[in-house]
Ligand binder design. Structure first.
Ligand SMILES: Nc1ncnc2c1ncn2[C@@H]1O[C@H](COP(=O)(O)OP(=O)(O)O)[C@@H](O)[C@H]1O
Ligand SMILES: [Mg+2]
Length: 473
């Protein structure tokens, strides 16, 4: 494009020189006065050429023009007198104008090039720095002395769903315990000292709580005065999750061993106590004794259910997997639990999009889902609705249990799968631990979302595996 323009300019200059030259050669010398005018016309291509092609253009054009112009002087006048000399001197003027204009344009051009080069260098440097900052998978924030955001890298924008409008605003929304963080950051500015490895929690854009490790460095200017803070946030949620998984697994195996040992030993004496109590209860006439024995029997039943849960928990993995309809299995489970729900004024509504056959241990999945349904019903003491939805998502079966119960507070969320964690007077705290284990055995995973007084959604994801050996093990 640029080359094409230059060619066009050169052609136009060439043509104008030719036209002017022809005017010189074909105008008879009697009209001499008009030659003065033509001669001055030559300055136009010289100046244009100097502007377009700089020093080189100015000099070259005046050279070409002189070469074309000079012979016609000799041709027309035949002799050299003072008038002719005067005309020849004009040639010097061509050179002077071409050179000076060319020179001025050239030095202007050089300055422009220099400036462009500097700008390019600066932009490159800025892009390079920005690329480095954006390639870092940690969040990088720069804030001023008032803790207002000055810049944030790509990862930070992504994690907190921020755009340029966040520049100049505070960070209250980002941190869950902002007061505490604010205090730490103010100290960084006051004492001009870095802080490292502060563990805290942030609100991510998708509403999740993320655990982060915070590092803060004072941002100093050229004269070493603190101007703000550079904050680095490292997402340690995954590490936290792994840690808690390991802790849970350790607990589970300890519980499992203990459970199978103790449960058998306890079940037998309890069976005996229960049978004898029932016999005495039937035979005695004493109402006080009857009442006492009823309590004993009731408590033994409760203890038995704990022992049963413990044994379920410790039961070795049974892989009675069979290809079966997930929709039918959920319908069965809803049928089994309907009565229990009705007794507690809870309606179960089941909705499925479509159906598929997947490999499952149906007894275990039943147990897992019943535990979830019971918890939901128990979370709605005033009654309510439990929605169960079956959906399909890219190779996964997604079953969600949505209740409108009391909800679970954020700090309790990661405890509910721990064995023996319960908030109920008569709870065992084993329901969800068992459920978790069963879902893991099926290579699935569980997601929990909950809001206090609004309700809880438990999402179960099971892989759509339709043939034995399809799984990774
Ligand atoms: N749908 C739910 N709504 C509110 N809290 C729940 C829900 N599901 C589980 N929880 C909480 O998780 C805890 C652990 O559940 P679980 O392991 O089944 O033990 P348990 O039901 O014996 O208490 C419960 O005590 C309860 O606090
Ligand atoms: Mg339970």
């Amino acid at each position: 494009m640029k080359n094409k323009n230059l060619m066009r300019d050169a052609a136009l200059i060439g043509i104008s020189i030719l036209v002017i030259t022809m005017l010189h050669y074909f105008t008879i010398s009697s009209k001499w006065d008009i030659h003065d005018f033509y001669r001055r016309l030559y300055y136009i291509p010289i100046i244009i050429s100097a502007f377009k092609f700089r020093l080189k253009g100015g000099v070259m054009t005046s050279l070409v023009i002189s070469a074309l112009y000079a012979p016609h002087l000799v041709l027309y006048f035949g002799k050299i007198d003072i008038a002719i000399l005067n005309q020849f001197f004009e040639i010097i003027m061509f050179f002077v104008v071409g050179t000076i204009t060319g020179f001025l344009v050239e030095s202007d051009f050089r300055k422009k090039m220099m400036l462009e080069f500097q700008i390019r260098k600066l932009t490159d440097l800025e892009n390079y720095t920005q690329n480095i900052l954006d390639s870092i998978t940690n969040v990088l924030l720069a804030v001023d002395k008032d803790l207002k955001i000055r810049s944030i890298n790509k990862e930070g924008r992504r994690l907190f769903n921020l755009d340029d409008r966040c520049i100049g605003s505070g960070m209250e929304e980002l941190f869950i315990q902002y007061d505490q963080i604010e205090k730490i950051l103010k100290e960084v500015i006051t004492y001009n000292k870095k802080v490292v490895n502060i563990e805290t929690k942030c609100n991510s854009s998708d509403g999740k709580t993320i655990f982060v490790k915070l590092l803060a460095y004072p941002l100093r200017n050229i004269v070493n005065k603190v101007e703000g803070i550079v904050i680095v946030l490292e997402d340690i949620s995954e590490i936290r999750k792994l840690e808690s998984q390991i802790r849970r697994a350790e607990k589970l195996s300890a519980v499992g061993q203990l459970a199978s040992g103790v449960a058998h030993e306890i079940r037998n004496p309890m069976g005996i106590i229960k049978t004898i109590s029932q016999t005495i209860c039937q035979e005695t006439q004493d109402e006080d004794i009857k009442e006492g024995l009823d309590i004993i029997i009731h408590e033994i039943n409760r203890a038995n259910s704990v022992v049963k849960a413990l044994l379920d928990f410790a039961k070795p993995e049974v892989h009675q997997v069979k290809l079966q309809s997930i929709d039918k299995l959920i319908r069965d489970i809803v049928r089994i639990t309907k009565k229990y729900a009705q007794q507690h004024n809870v309606r179960i509504k089941y909705h499925s999009e479509e159906d598929t056959n997947i490999l499952l241990d149906s007894e275990k999945i039943k147990q897992a889902f019943i535990n979830i349904i019971f918890n939901s019903v128990q979370a709605m003491p005033q009654g309510g609705t439990l929605n169960i939805n079956l959906e399909f998502k890219e190779g996964w079966v997604h079953i969600s249990f949505i209740d409108t119960g009391k909800g679970i507070s954020k700090d309790k969320l990661d405890k509910i799968f721990d064995p023996f964690y319960t908030t109920k007077d008569t709870g065992t705290g084993l329901g969800l631990a068992i459920t978790h284990r069963i879902i893991e055995e099926h290579k699935g995973h569980i997601e929990v979302q909950s809001e206090i007084e609004k309700g809880t959604t438990i999402g179960i994801y099971l892989p759509v595996i339709q043939e034995k050996g399809d799984s990774n093990d």
